[in-house]
Structure formats: structure tokens, C-alpha cells
Design a protein around this ligand. Sequence first.
Ligand SMILES: Nc1ncnc2c1ncn2[C@@H]1O[C@H](COP(=O)(O)OP(=O)(O)OP(=O)(O)O)[C@@H](O)[C@H]1O
Ligand SMILES: [Mg+2]
Length: 883
Amino acid sequence: MARLTPMMEQYMATKAQVPDALLFFRLGDFYELFNEDAVTAARELEITLTGRANGGVGGDERTPMCGVPHHSAEGYILRLVEKGYKVAICEQTEEAGAAKGIVRREIVRVVTPGTVMEQKGLQAKANNYLASVVEREGSFGLSFCDLSTGELLVVEHDSEQKMLDEMLRHQPAEIIVPFGEKTTPHAITLRDLLACVLTEGLEKTHNLARASEVLLSHYGVMTVDSFGLANRPQALCAAGMLLAYLDVTQKRNLNHLKMPAYITSDEYMTIDSFSRRNLELVETLRDKGKHGSLLGLLDETVTAMGGRLLRRYVERPLANRERIEQRLDAVEELYKNLLLRDDIRQLLDAVYDLERLVARVSYGSANARDLQAIGSSLAVLPSLKGRLESAGAPLLKELGQRIDNFDEIVDLIERAIVEEPPISVREGNVIRDGFDEYLDTLKTASRDGKRWLAELEQQEREATGIKSLKVGFNKVFGYYIEVSKANIQYVPETYERKQTLTNGERYVTPGLKEKEALILEAEEKMVDLEYQLFCQVRDAVSEILGKIQEAAESIAAVDVLQSFATVSIRRRYKRPVLNNDDRLYIEEGRHPVVEAMLKGEPFVANDTLLNTAENQIALITGPNMAGKSTYMRQVALIVLLAQMGCFVPADRAEIGIVDRVFTRIGASDDLAGGQSTFMVEMVELANILHHATPRSLIILDEIGRGTSTFDGISIAQAVVEFLHQSPKVGAKTLFATHYHELTTFTESFAGVKHYSTHVQEQGDSIVFLRKILPQAADRSYGIQVAKLAGLPEEVLARAREILVDLEQGGHGHETKPRIAEAANTPVSVAAPSKPAKPTAQLSLFDAAEHPVVDELRKLDVMRLTPLDAMNLLYQLHQKAREE
Ligand SMILES: Nc1ncnc2c1ncn2[C@@H]1O[C@H](COP(=O)(O)OP(=O)(O)OP(=O)(O)O)[C@@H](O)[C@H]1O
Ligand SMILES: [Mg+2]
């Protein structure tokens, strides 16, 4: 086999360090990729794949290669990372001239989806999390780190479901699992569910001893007690493994990482991932966009930091009354005091993304423009602080107090950095005149030299009489005097010829050479010195990192509060009243998002009353399209908004603090997750029935719709009974259904109230009035709605025919529903899937010795029509209750 060139040998050795990353190998002004990496990159980036004959593997084979210019590499790298690749960047780490033999090259950083620092690769108003997870005997430790803001969070959970929920809430771009555990069932579930990159941690870094060591040395503390994580071994392991990974991929100081903060849950309301999705809190179900979600509606934040925090508030409303009231007090003040709100919004408008800017400073990637942005942002803070401290609401005052004084650093940056600095910090023109004496001397020398040159042109023109004589500069020959061909005969003896052009000659003179040396030396020194001075300023910022981060947190919180106030005013929201009892009372409530989306027609407001006694379950029936789902979501969203600390779309809202919101809304297929509609529905339902408490709010929309009618009704009925009877549950519930039979079945239930959405019939059509009335509906008007949707007239006519037929029970064999043919005994209808609570589930049919059992036995189920079956079931039920 042919030998590799020394360069390719170096490449191969470097590549062996990062087998799972694409290696960007610096060669002069390009980053080159070879072999498999080149094939992948050329395909993904749509750049030309070339070959290097004999350069690599040797023989006749050509080594595939492709490359990108180093100055435009960032865009290419980010595109690859966005597609889920990791990119290792290998630089020349010594000057080409200094090297004996081949120049030294080293990997300086590995960019992965979870460790992007570049502004272009990040969304301003969203965090970019790198997560890690370890599991031990059913206990999960998780950590989340946003490298671009310096945040580090940890938490432990005792079930896979909670672990997955936590992951779904943070939507990490990359998850680290322990070494060798990439194919465990947990890992596979994570990969499929989150569709993110899964990375293995370094060997052994997830064991407690090693993980603690990593954490202690990173934060320079003596014991893990400093993190308050002494009893959280799994959380420690997760955080240690994550830090160790950051260490090898980033290869630099990560001082901007804050201490690990434990995610507490008792302060917050629990919203599982299904409900977060169903209620469209941060993105819509349909196109996964922010527009049309609750977050989209609420986002009147001015800063990126506020935008990121708002997302968190929306996903984690509070459950602690004091804290909610604190926020509401602040929002109320901003709501009422227009001047204060406007001032604050204006001041915030001048604040850049301090959190990410200082992270870049500490990371070493900030340029002069970043420092300038930090300076001008910090310059606004005294006014902001003053405004906040003068406010009446304690929370606003406190946020003001948390902003420190930054006069010194603001002054330093202002004095140091020129008005419009270039992107590069290595090519000069960064530092202002008057900032450094020596730099000024150099600048004068260079400026004088240049003036001398400018004057030289004039002088020489006069001396030689050559009008077109020019003084110029190029990188190879330095300064020169250029004379066109026609004038060569006038050139004096003192000129020394340097270069011949097609239509002229270039010369130098001893005087010119001397000045040139002076100018070039001064310029070289200037550039070096400017870089040094820039670094000094950057380090000065780095030293007060913690103070800036704290101010940034304060700014984010103020921004969210003003955003709540701004939206509340625009949408005419009212302050909710919170208490610790079990009542939920809403007067004239509206759906915040539907209301905002409706164009022209007004949104019809509705009332709600729920408690754990006689108004525990609201059973809502009514035609399609009449507004059942909207109404139920609106109740949940009003509760969530109130507990976030925002005003609510209602004339009056009294809210007994809710611990969890559960929803089961619509039929959302999870084909990618390999589950059918019905299965998804049942999984979500099981989750609700297992976890609801008397303080919970449950929204059930057409439970059982995904299966045959009888199965569906049976499940729906059993669920209502379970929620109603189980003392452990007793949760406030809104339940919409098309199974009108349920209203009859539940007539005698003390805690069930019947409601319906009101419509008016107008001949063949209907008009939706959108009003919720306290009575059950009797019809579905499905065909009328189908007509509104534009179904062909033949289909509608036939549907009407069949409906009449069904209602009279006079149809033939072919229209039998599946269930009637499949089931052999009615009892199987009552046990459709694993019962949540057998006693509640069986209460309809639980009568082994009862006379109706005999009647049941005699039935010919195969010959029953659905309607007959329903009627019969009703009669049997009545009989059973009479006995
Ligand atoms: N209170 C309201 N005021 C004005 N428009 C409303 C109101 N409620 C609902 N709507 C409008 O009616 C549409 C249908 O409402 P929704 O989906 O809640 O009906 P539904 O009763 O759940 O129907 P289905 O039984 O088919 O699920 C909504 O998209 C919205 O545009
Ligand atoms: Mg609906």
C-alpha cells in the first residue's frame, strides 16, 4: 500500500480523535474535508466534491475532498450542525514560517447542535439546550445547559414519563447519554420522541465520584454541598457528565456557566407534554409555529432575554399564591401607569441580548461590536433601575435593586472602542484615539508617514514634470512610484526600477524605502497593540460577568411583566382573583387566541362554574362546530394565564389555585411515534386518571371518539363515573361529548351538570350562537355542518336518508356497526381496554345475580341495530337502577 503524505498522516491522526464529527481541516485560507467527511459535506452543503490524486490513500485511487474558504466557514458549519452533524474545527496552531517540516495543527473546538455559540445559529427568543440524562434503579438525573446564556439546570425524576416530560419541555438540541448507552430503550425513546441528536458522554464521567470531581474543579469549590445537591446523586452525575463533554468539545474557559440550579416543582403547576401540546401553549398543533399559540399572543417582549423567559413562564405557570400575586401586582401597576410602562419599554428597547453577549465575552468569541453593544446596553440601566425602584409594586422594586452599577465598565468601553468598529478584532481600527498613549504615538507615526507620501506625489510631479506620476502600495512590493511608458524618459537617476508593467514602470527611492519601513513597523505594532488593548477591555467585562448576568435576569423579568401588561391592555383583560379554595368561577370568559384571530365577528363570551362538589363535572353536548372545544380550552387557558401572573380574558375570574391541568383534546395521530389515534388517546387518558388530584383541572374532549360507538360510549361513561366517584380524584372536569346517551346516564349524578352549545335551526340550516346553556343537547346537526363544509349534495341527501332510517330503526343488515358483529357478549363491551379502576368500570354491568343478566343472555346480539342496542342498554340500565 502506498504511503500517506506527511500532511495526510497528520490529517488521519487528527480525524481519529473525532470519529463522529466532520473534520474541518485548515489548509491555508481553506478548511478542507477528506474521504467520507468530504462526501457527506459536499452532499449536504451542495458544494463541489473533488479528488486529490495520490494525496491520501494512494495508488490510483483519488481521495475525495471538498473545501470552504475560512472567512465564510461559519455559515457552512452552522448549516451542518443544524442538520444534526458535529463539526470539529482543526486550526494551524503555529506560523507557517516557524514550523520545521509540517506545521502543527490542533482541534480547537467541536461544534455540536447543543453547543452552538454563533448568533446566526441561535434563535433570539428561544434557548438552545444541551441535555444529559443518567438512570439508576429507576431514578433519573437530568441536566440542561444553554451554553449561549450560561444557564445550567438540574433535576431528578422517579419515572421515565416525568423524565420524558422534562425533556419535552426543554426541547434540547442534543442529549448526552452515558458512555455505551446509546442503544438502551430509554435512549431510543428519547431519540424518537425528541428527534434530536443523541451523543454518548465520555467514558466513566457519569459515575458519581468522577462527575463530582468535574463539577468541583470547574466551579472551584470544595464540596458538592455548595450546589445544594448533596442528596441528589443522579443530578450530580448528569451535570458532571455534561460538563466533561463541554470541556472536551469546547476546549476553553467556560466561566460564564452559572452554578447548577435545581428545578423545583412544588412552586409550579404541572402541565404534562400532551396538554402543553393540546393547548397550543408555545406552538400550534397544525404547523408547529409560534404564531397562533398562546406564546405568540402574549409575546410583546422587547428584548430577546424577555422573549426566552416568557416562554418559560408560559410553560410553567406558578402554583404558589404569593408569587402569583407578586407578579399580578407588578402587572397591575404597569397596566395602570402608562408612563411607567412606556418608559420601561423604551429603555428595554435599547438593551441588546446581554446574556448571550457576555457569554461570548467569557467564551472568547466576542468582537468589538459585541463590547459596544454591552456598553450601550449597560448605559441604559441606571435609568431603568431608577424607574423600577420608584415603582410601588414590591416585585418591580426588587428587580430594580438587583441591577448593579456599571458606570466604570460603560466608561471604559466608551473610551476604548471606536464608533464603528470592524467585525475583525485582529486588523486594527478598533481602539479610539486618546485611549492609549503609545498607540497614539504609533498612529501619529503612521499618519505622518502617510502624509509624507501624499506630499511626495505632488513633490515628485513638480520635480520631474511628469503629471501622471503616482505613489501607490501593494502587498508584495510595498510603496512605489509609478510612471507610464510615455514618460519614462523623464525619470531621474535616483529612481530604482522595481517592477515592469505593460504600460509603465514602478520605482522606489531611498527616501521612500526608509519611510516605508517606518510606516509598516508602526502599523504592525499598532495592530498588535490594538488587539492587546481590546483583550484588556474584554477581560474587564469578563471580570464582572456575574453582575451582568444578574442584571440580565432582572431585565428579562421586567420585560415579561411589561409584556403581560401590554397584552392585557390591548385585549381588555382583567386581573383575576386567586384563592386557595377549590372553586373556579369565570364570568364572560373568552378564548384568548381564538378571540384574537377572529376577524369581523365578535367572540361570544361564556361563564363557567366548577368546584369539587355539585359542579364537579360539566358535561357539554352540542352540535359540531358550535364551540365546545373552544369553550373548554378557554377555561384551561384562563387558569394558566392567571397562574402565570397575567390578566385574563374575562369580566371576572375567581380561581382556586390549580395544581395540574390535564387535557385530552381532539384526535392527534402520533404516526411517527408508532401509535394509532386511539392508542394515543388511551395513553393520555390513562395518564390523567392516574395522576389527577382534587386540585386538578381536567379537560376531556370527545373521549372514545377514536373507536367504535359502543366501545367509545362505554369508555366515556366509565371515565365520568370514575372521576365522579373516586374520592381520590374529584377533580374539576370539563367533558365534551357527542354521545348524548351520557347525559341520560349521568342525570342522577350529584356532581355532574349538563351544558350545551346553543344553535338556532333555520329550515335546513343552523346558526351558531356560541352560547353555553345549562341544559343537555338532543342533536348533533352533523349533516348541517357537513353541508356548511361543502359536501356534495348527493352525499348530503343520502346521509339524511340514512339518518332518518337509523332513527326509525328500520334499516337492514348492512348498516350494522362493527361492534354488533364482533362482540359476542355485552360484557366485553364494558371491558374495552385495561380498566383504570375495575370497580368503577364495571358498575354498569356489575350484576352477576341480577335479573337483567338473564335478559342479556337471551339477547341475539348479532341481530341488534346500534340504535336498538342503545335503547336496550338504556332500558336495562333503568331496570338495574330500579331494583
Ligand atoms: N365563543 C365563540 N365565539 C365566536 N366564535 C367561536 C366561539 N367558539 C367557537 N367559535 C368558532 O367556532 C369554531 C368551532 O369551534 P369548536 O371547534 O370549539 O367547535 P366544537 O363544538 O368543538 O366542534 P366539534 O364538535 O366538531 O369538535 C372555532 O374555530 C371558532 O372559530
Ligand atoms: Mg370539538
